[in-house]
Design a protein around this ligand. Structure first.
Ligand SMILES: [Zn+2]
Length: 591
């Protein structure tokens, strides 16, 4: 067995320079104390926002404190992620968590108080300080669904327990549910631990028995709690219906889209457009079935690679040059920032003992962003590197071009920047390996899988969420049998004849934590489609629109930011174009 390196053994040049964010641990601790004291200052503004001077002062102080606190919060958490067993950083990030609760409590009066003020008065603030224009516009828009102060107070008080379903599911899913191990009967009956984190790895195993066993062992504990899980899920849907009705929305969906001011059609158009092209996915799955030599695919056959495994080792230095080369179409300015990311210690590259798993990009305004990796010399790690750098560059551009107030881009926009980089990378690899058939097949299939998982699977989830909410709105009881029946129908519709489903796959919805955050996952599918359109344009030499996009943060509504790039969410034909590309890929792959 290979021993995992301790952090001290890793060369500093592969570690991130978190001191760029907050000079030292001591500074962070002092910072927490100062912020805690300043919370008293902000509380003093309570009941005084109807005075324009005070209102502006309160908002300035709020922004200043948020920005500072964010920096310390991010710092203490990222320090902990380097080594999750480090006692000192456990305590430091624990302090941040406590302060976060106090911080939110201290500022909780601001939004309700603002929403209770007259529109004309609020407009005076935008006139006094133009920085606040979009902020105030959005606030006034939200006022349309604000209720009387007494009702608002009741809703705020109910909010905590009305969303307890999320916590209950999370406890069940992460603490109570335990999986039987997967036993490798062909290798001395070795027992492998099965977790949420490694379930997918078992589904990628070439041994079908292992896949089936992992699948059964994973679903069994869910199925044995099927009535309780259905009750939790159903209460989460009812909570959505209750709040959207109380706030006078036509449906839970329009309530959700309203909060981001997204056009009403985007959600249903996505479903419609993907439904029109289900034949492509059916053909891809039929091809997968043939390649695996199976009579029918089962749900546990959807992730196993269908081409020869590529034994490609790509060291980190090589990965860096690959990513720099692949992202060249984004121009010199982007390249300079990218070299900063590589040369100025933005990235924590290698795994070490007790380091947080996976990968992410994070950081805080006023400093450059950071990237956490667990780089392991695999082709997939190069994709992860490009993906996370997409987020990091997006943050870097937005932070250096926007005021703090508008520096955070929405989730809807976030995955576009990371996906653009992945598509540019695939393109680069396809060109580099154009004479290597094995590699080309592997890459094309990788791309096909992205389409399947990001567009089709997430759209199926979106259609499921919509259906369930509509039924609840019509007053239908959401029973276990009824929900499963709906899920089976969708599974069959999306996957076609090549796949055979069973009682476990009917219950897949029960294990998707995202369903407790309603109407969220469709953004992966729209984001991918937009990113594909962006990448096409970038590859044809047009990149300026994209840099402007990266610089936008949240200075305007999401759909306005997208509109400036020439894409229109109220008429999303770009989805068709992305699906055309999928069609071409499947045809090429079959050849
Ligand atoms: Zn991402």
């Amino acid at each position: 067995m290979i021993r995992t390196r301790s952090r001290i053994e890793t060369d500093d040049k592969f570690k991130w320079a978190l001191e760029d964010l907050v000079g030292s641990d001591e500074i962070c601790q002092v910072g927490f104390r100062k912020i805690k004291k300043s919370l008293l200052d902000i509380k003093k503004f309570k009941g005084q926002l109807n005075n324009l001077e005070k209102l502006e002062q309160a908002l300035e102080l709020f922004l200043e404190l948020s920005q500072k606190f964010e920096k310390f919060l991010v710092y203490s958490n990222m320090r902990l992620h380097q080594d999750t067993q480090n006692r000192y950083y456990q305590a430091l990030s624990g302090e941040a968590d406590i302060l976060k609760v106090e911080f939110n409590a201290a500022i909780s009066f601001i939004e309700p108080e603002l929403l209770s003020l007259e529109e004309s008065y609020l407009r005076n603030l935008s006139e006094k300080n133009v920085k606040y224009k979009h902020y105030i516009d959005n606030l006034i828009r939200l006022k349309g669904h604000v209720l009387s102060p007494e009702i608002e107070k009741i809703l705020a008080n109910a909010g905590d327990y009305a969303s307890s379903y999320d916590n209950i599911f999370s406890m069940l899913n992460n603490a109570d549910i335990k999986f039987d191990p997967v036993i490798d009967y062909k290798d001395n009956n070795i027992k492998h631990k099965l977790t949420h984190g490694n379930f997918l790895t078992f589904l990628e195993n070439h041994d079908r028995e292992i896949r089936e066993q992992a699948y059964n062992n994973y679903y069994n504990p869910f199925l044995s709690r099927k009535y309780a899980i259905t009750a939790i899920f159903s209460s989460s849907i009812k909570s959505d219906v209750f709040f959207s009705r109380t706030r006078k929305f036509n449906s839970s969906l329009s309530s959700e889209l309203f909060s981001f001011n997204l056009p009403d059609n985007i959600y249903k158009d996505l479903i419609k457009k993907v439904n029109n092209r289900l034949d492509i996915l059916h053909r891809y799955l039929e091809f997968r079935r043939e390649k695996l030599g199976l009579e029918k695919l089962k749900a546990f056959d959807l992730y196993v690679p269908i081409f020869k495994k590529i034994k490609l080792e790509i060291g980190y230095e090589e990965a860096k040059s690959i990513v720099i080369e692949a992202l060249k179409p984004l121009g010199d300015d982007y390249a300079v920032k990218l070299s900063d990311a590589f040369n100025k210690s933005w990235i924590d590259v290698y795994e070490n003992k007790n380091k947080r798993s996976g990968a992410y990009s994070w950081g805080a305004y006023g400093c450059h962003p950071f990237v956490l990796l667990n780089y392991n010399n695999k082709l997939n790690d190069v994709f992860t590197l490009a993906h996370e750098l997409g987020h990091a560059m997006h943050s870097s551009y937005s932070w250096s071009n926007q005021d703090y107030l508008y520096s955070h881009y929405t989730i809807f926009l976030a995955e576009i920047a990371s996906t653009v980089n992945e598509i540019l990378l695939i393109n680069y690899f396809l060109d580099k390996y154009k004479n290597d058939n094995d590699m080309t097949d592997y890459l094309k299939n990788h791309f096909c899988e992205e389409f399947r998982r990001t567009i089709y699977r997430q759209t199926m989830f979106a259609e499921f969420e919509l259906k369930i909410h509509e039924l609840a709105e019509e007053g239908e009881p959401l029973t276990f049998e009824y929900i499963n029946k709906i899920y089976r129908k969708l599974n069959k519709k999306y996957h076609g004849e090549a796949v055979e489903f069973d009682d476990k796959s009917d219950f897949e919805w029960a294990r998707v934590p995202h369903f407790y955050n309603s109407f969220y996952v469709y953004q992966y599918a729209t984001g991918f489609s937009i990113a594909y359109g962006f990448a096409e344009r970038i590859l044809s030499g047009d990149k300026d629109f994209y840099l402007e996009f990266l610089k936008s943060g949240s200075k305007d509504y999401t759909h306005e930011i997208i509109k400036k790039t020439g894409f229109d969410l109220s008429n999303p034909d770009f989805i068709d174009k992305t699906l055309d590309k999928y069609n071409d890929l499947v045809i090429e792959l079959k050849k």
